[in-house]
Design a protein around this ligand. Structure first.
Ligand SMILES: Cc1cc2nc3c(=O)[nH]c(=O)nc-3n(C[C@H](O)[C@H](O)[C@H](O)COP(=O)(O)OP(=O)(O)OC[C@H]3O[C@@H](n4cnc5c(N)ncnc54)[C@H](O)[C@@H]3O)c2cc1C
Length: 416
């Protein structure tokens, strides 16, 4: 395809999915403009890089694909075509080689997202991809042109094809606010409700606990819900609990809360100590020590961990000091925490729900909207943290880009 105004493709959303679609389109010879509501591109990608940009994961493909749950059959072809190895090679070609961390997660050597994003934007620029920032997409005009709100007023844009890659609804201040739901639903597109994924939960902490332990981590704990146990870290928040190990259980907890209003999470504060070992430690004479000091020394519990034990004891109407070493040992490795709600989507790492896969063809075109393709987190999939979110965003962006190229070629061939 030769670049020309007749094959102008509008990509809306300058996140990982949209920029990847733009790259594939430009490589295929399309004339590409990427529009974004924000004053700069890739804000969520940059935020994702704040604590270490987890690009993808190194586990074997069958396990990798299982992370997408029910959406796996729809996501798998895109990831097969742009697998983790291809993503790592792509990053390396942008001067950002990557390494596999101890958990199997893959990070760029620079750890951050900014060098990768800078190099990527430079390369897109060298491929003549135009970037139109401060362009908020607000729908279509009566002639089917894309309508944007810009600082200079409304602007209508003609495009031969469009890729929407507008993200989910978490962290709306970074640009993706889910406002697209109404626009697409108004065109008859089925959208499964947007819900928080990899999110925290609310807990009715006592005032004392909340004031004392807000912001404190629970390190090297094991969290269990139903048949699932995850080791890692959680953080006490003012209104509940969040953190990596919580996110890993979040989908199941969210569904349980949706159906019964609550879910009981169990926390093992010393998962490496067997019950007998703990019991032996707790059977030592306490002497004149306070119970907190005794627990801190005998079981090496943190103040927040001891606070959690107190909360659980209060909730069940017993005094912690009245418990036998055996009961205490049992409690330390299975502290029940009653979750009574899901933290707001604005604070979630990612979004579940989105455009239903039944609305997309195999090339990621939205069937009710011929010529409009969709990619990234705005599609109806979810996955745990671990690099699966970015991998699927990049891979579906590439797939939508290829889909547009095929569609344009068919139309050009048929003289349309
Ligand atoms: C704190 C945090 C840490 C994370 N860490 C990781 C991690 O380490 N690894 C990982 O795999 N994932 C991580 N994620 C998730 C990952 O960042 C997202 O899954 C990914 O950015 C989604 O890509 P996307 O292109 O679909 O959407 P986005 O990155 O959200 O991009 C969508 C773009 O669309 C634009 N937009 C939205 N609406 C409009 C409109 N109406 N008009 C014009 N433009 C619009 C937005 O401004 C935005 O630029 C993290 C997320 C957060 C919040």
């Amino acid at each position: 395809m030769t670049p020309s105004p007749t094959n102008h493709v509008a990509v809306i959303g300058a996140g990982p999915a949209g920029l990847m679609a733009a790259e594939v389109l430009a490589q295929g010879g399309a004339t590409v403009t990427v529009y974004d509501a924000m004053p700069s591109a890739g804000r969520k990608l940059l935020m994702a890089g704040r604590g270490g940009l987890n690009l993808t994961h190194s586990e074997a493909m069958p396990e990798f694909l299982k992370r997408y749950g029910e959406a796996m059959p729809h996501i798998a072809p895109a990831i097969d075509a742009f697998p983790p190895a291809a993503l790592r090679a792509w990053s390396e070609a942008l001067g950002q080689p990557s390494f596999v961390g101890s958990s199997g997660r893959v990070f760029p050597n620079a750890f951050k997202a900014s060098p990768l994003l800078r190099a990527w934007l430079r390369r897109l620029d060298s491929m003549s991809v135009q970037l139109a920032l401060r362009h908020r997409w607000i729908g279509w005009d009566a002639d089917g042109r894309l309508l944007f709100q810009t600082p200079g007023g409304q602007r209508a844009v003609d495009a031969r094809a469009t890729v929407v890659a507008l993200g989910g609804a978490s962290w709306p201040r970074l640009g993706s606010d889910g406002a697209w739901v109404e626009m697409l639903a108004g065109k008859g597109v089925t959208i499964s409700p947007l819900r928080p994924a990899n999110s925290g939960f609310t807990v009715a902490w006592s005032d004392i606990f909340r004031d004392r332990f807000e912001g404190q981590p629970l390190k090297s704990v094991a969290l269990s819900f139903g048949a699932h146990t995850v080791r890692g870290e959680a953080v006490i928040t003012r209104s509940g609990i969040e953190g990596g190990a919580i996110y890993a259980l979040a989908a199941g907890l969210r569904e349980a809360i949706a159906s019964s209003g609550q879910a009981t999470l169990r926390i093992a504060l010393r998962p490496d100590l067997g019950e007998d070992d703990l019991m032996a430690r707790l059977s030592a004479p306490k002497g004149k020590q306070s119970l907190s000091n005794f627990l801190r020394k005998a079981a090496q519990l943190s103040p927040a961990g001891i606070g959690l034990l107190q909360e659980a004891a209060i909730a069940s109407g017993v005094s912690l000091s009245s418990l036998s070493p055996a009961s205490l040992a049992g409690l330390i490795n299975a502290v029940p925490i009653e979750l009574n709600g899901v933290a707001p989507i604005a604070r979630a790492i990612s979004t579940a729900g989105g455009i239903a896969f039944s609305e997309l063809d195999a090339d990621f075109m939205i069937r009710p909207l011929p010529g409009v393709f969709a990619a990234g987190e705005m599609l109806d999939w979810e996955a745990p943290t671990g690099g699966y979110l970015l991998q699927a965003s990049f891979a579906t962006g590439a797939a939508a880009g290829r889909g547009v190229l095929k569609w344009l070629e068919r139309r050009i061939a048929s003289g349309e």
